[in-house]
Design a protein around this ligand. Structure first.
Ligand code: SF4
Length: 134
């Protein structure tokens, strides 16, 4: 009985993992992925790079890179982080959107800057779906 209660308490105290996503501004502006739906559906289904999370994970923010060549991406992340902190939330992992990983010509520099300056787990990729899905 005591062990069961201890395990229940442990579960209740488990930190919920807060996930954020960085997307390509061009893709968003051109509504090539309206509503960031691919990422949100993949997260709800725990598919693609989201398959690593259990039910306690949640997405708390999606920002874009700023604009080509992504030189303001760190400002976008900092603004999102400030907002999350003001709301009592902490970002635990940032996923680089498949739109960036697959198509951005500046992705290497952008991901290098993010990995150097942002002290949370950085995951390359999000959903597993092709870009021509309706
Ligand atoms: S820098 Fe890359 S991710 Fe950002 S808008 Fe340009 S192509 Fe998209």
């Amino acid at each position: 009985m005591e062990i069961a209660k201890y395990l229940t308490d442990l579960h209740l105290c488990k930190h919920m993992k807060n996930i954020a996503i960085v997307a390509c501004r061009k893709v968003r502006e051109q509504t090539l992925c309206p509503g960031d739906t691919r990422c949100l559906v993949a997260f709800a289904r725990r598919e693609g790079e989201f398959s690593r999370y259990d039910d306690d994970a949640k997405i708390i923010g999606i920002v874009d890179c700023g604009e080509c060549p992504g030189s303001t991406v760190l400002l976008q992340i900092a603004a999102m982080n400030s907002t999350a902190l003001a709301l009592g939330e902490k970002i635990d992992a940032i996923h680089i959107g498949k739109c960036i990983v697959s198509f951005c010509p500046y992705k290497e520099d952008m991901m290098k800057a993010i990995k150097e300056k942002v002290s949370v787990e950085i995951v390359e990729g999000t959903h597993p779906y092709p870009p021509n899905l309706p």
